[in-house]
Design a binder for this molecule. Structure first.
Ligand code: DAH
Length: 370
């Protein structure tokens, strides 16, 4: 009897110890879970990066909840169920908070918090620019000459006295130099003469002729400069397309036919032309060519100054002195040349009244040429 009694007492004592052990384990687990719950609730999230930090800290594979799960293996089996419920509650709370913020910030893979993108949507058209009206006109002019066998060459905008004047039969003190008020540059060229901004693309003629490859059938587009007062009709810089044709037996009839063809291609078959005798030191004979004013149908308007005609170019047979200056045998070769303003042509083609619009680069003006 006493033996039996002792055994029972021992069992009761052991059981009490076991229960005590379980209770302490449970209460420390409970404390741990409660502490984490409080942390989850208090965690401040104001941007996507913080949400990701939160995810790593609580829900990540090495996060706090995974840690507690690891400790579950030490929980006595009688209490596993209750401990599991407590832990689930914590996990659910942590996940709910995460999902709520994820929705707020969008996909959390988007770490920079930039708006979501749908890559299947067609792209927005990017604003491509338009060609400048001067380029449009210049290209059109060049294309016409290319069709009849002319090629294109360019020369420098800063020129020496020889190429801009002397070689073109305009020696120093020649009165015709005043025809083109020049911007000189304060530095001496090789032969002690001045550098300048070229006043016309005729300087490129000289450079090409000096190369000595004949025959020549080329056009020279480019910018030129003159010291002129800026107004609606004149500017201190503008553009020209120069042309040069040199071969054996080239005549004034070839000049007329070439330029007549150009005008018809440029302005249409109905346009009339007329040649007026003129003077340029580098050509002999020289002429200016007018076209019938297609803006007013030759009835008279401000563009044609009520004459019905608009002057579009200067031209002539290359002066023998110029050929000699460039070491071309003037007894064997003849040629013709011309120079025309691109601004004037552009203003006529597009009905532009003020030359300044062509260099101001106002996008509202330029956008109209798309
Ligand atoms: N260089 C002249 C000017 O700028 C234009 C010119 C006239 C060019 C007659 C030529 C020409 O080649 O033959 O006013």
């Amino acid at each position: 009897m006493s033996l039996h009694c002792n055994r029972n007492r021992i069992l009761i004592t052991l059981y009490t110890i076991h229960i005590y052990y379980i209770c302490t384990r449970m209460s420390s687990l409970q404390q741990l879970i409660d502490k984490n719950k409080a942390e989850v609730e208090a965690y401040l999230i104001s941007k996507a990066e913080e949400l990701e930090q939160y995810r790593i800290e609580f829900l990540g594979t090495k996060g706090k909840i995974k840690d507690i799960m690891g400790a579950m293996k030490d929980v006595p089996k009688e209490m596993k169920r209750e401990a599991g419920l407590m832990l689930n509650e914590l996990k659910q709370k942590a996940e709910e908070k995460y999902e709520a913020y994820k929705e707020k910030f969008g996909d959390n893979s988007n770490k920079n918090n930039t708006p979501k993108t749908d890559n299947s949507l067609p792209g927005l058209p990017s604003g491509i620019g338009a060609r400048h009206p001067l380029s449009l006109t210049m290209n059109k002019m060049i294309n016409v000459f290319e069709k009849i066998g002319f090629t294109v060459a360019e020369g420098p905008e800063i020129e020496d006295d020889w190429h801009n004047f002397n070689a073109l039969n305009l020696p120093e003190n020649h009165p015709a130099r005043d025809m083109q008020d020049t911007f000189y540059i304060n530095s001496k060229a090789q032969h002690g003469a001045d550098w300048m901004l070229r006043t016309h693309t005729s300087s490129v003629q000289v450079r090409v002729m000096e190369e000595g490859k004949l025959p020549i059938r080329q056009v020279f587009p480019g910018r030129v400069y003159r010291n002129e007062t800026i107004s609606a009709r004149a500017h201190c810089f503008f553009h020209q397309v120069e042309g040069l044709y040199i071969d054996e037996g080239v005549s004034f009839a070839d000049l007329k036919q070439t330029l007549y063809y150009f005008v018809q291609e440029m302005f249409g078959k109905d346009v009339k032309v007329r040649f007026r005798p003129s003077y340029f030191p580098f050509t002999e004979p020289s002429a200016e060519m007018d076209v019938s004013c297609f803006i007013c149908d030759s009835k008279g308007c401000s563009v044609c100054k009520h004459t019905g005609w608009v002057e579009i170019l200067g031209c002539g047979m290359v002066h023998p002195n110029v050929l000699d200056n460039c070491k071309i045998d003037s007894k064997k070769y003849t040629g013709f040349a011309w120079g025309m303003g691109v601004e004037r042509m552009t203003m006529m083609l597009y009905g532009i009244k003020d030359i300044r619009l062509l260099s101001e680069n106002d996008v509202r003006f330029l956008e109209q040429f798309k």
